[in-house]
Design a binder for this molecule. Structure first.
Ligand SMILES: Cc1cc2nc3c(=O)[nH]c(=O)nc-3n(C[C@H](O)[C@H](O)[C@H](O)COP(=O)(O)O)c2cc1C
Length: 180
């Protein structure tokens, strides 16, 4: 599949087949994320792959996610990033809008870019994914001993699709263009 087809084909998938995902496919997903660009090549992203039923049950008992489908996904990939990777020196304000270049916003930005690489690679491999932002961040960090200062904007569920949802409406192309 060419990249244009992969972009068009991706849908949020919330129902998965009861089928394991091989370790080599998981490595392909993380590798796609690894190859993403990042500010200062800081590479802040960290992915924690949850696949065993016992850990999913702990997440469920702790009500980590609002939506039940997350607990039945073959993989739950916790996406977080270390905001401390960026250079500390100050840049001219004109180029770096306060904390935008480093810190939390930088980490969220770079994590989102690498996560979308992962999602598109999953689509190419025939896997379905869904970003899930409704997460109890404080509790999930506690459960997995993730440093408190890491950003954790979402998890991504992954599995072989067991549904084929229709594309959701998008705004017109013109609406994505900011006119002067
Ligand atoms: C950052 C982010 C967070 C999201 N959080 C959730 C979520 O908590 N629960 C959910 O069911 N879908 C979630 N979604 C999926 C969106 O609802 C979905 O991408 C959107 O409706 C467009 O549909 P599509 O992905 O099939 O094109 C999230 C998507 C993004 C990008």
């Amino acid at each position: 599949m060419r990249i244009g087809e992969i972009i068009k084909k991706r849908r949020s998938i919330r129902k998965y087949q009861d089928r394991n995902i091989s370790e080599s496919l998981v490595r392909k997903l993380i590798n796609a994320a690894r190859l993403a660009p990042s500010a200062y090549n800081g590479q802040p992203s960290k992915f924690l792959v949850v696949r065993d039923a016992k850990t999913k049950q702990i997440l469920k008992d702790s009500k980590i996610f609002k939506h039940d489908f997350v607990y039945s996904a073959p993989l739950i990939i916790v996406c977080c990033a270390d905001p401390e990777v960026y250079p500390k020196e100050r840049f001219e304000p004109i180029y770096s809008n306060s904390s935008e270049i480093g810190g939390d916003i930088g980490a969220v930005r770079d994590l989102a870019i690498s996560s979308q690489n992962l999602v598109l690679m999953a689509t190419e491999l025939g896997l379905g994914t869904c970003y899930v932002g409704l997460v109890d961040r404080r509790k999930i960090k506690e459960i997995f001993h993730i440093p408190q200062n890491y950003v954790l904007p979402f998890v991504i569920t992954v599995g072989y699709p067991d549904e084929n949802p229709k594309p959701l409406l998008r705004k017109n192309l013109e609406d994505f263009v900011l006119k002067q």
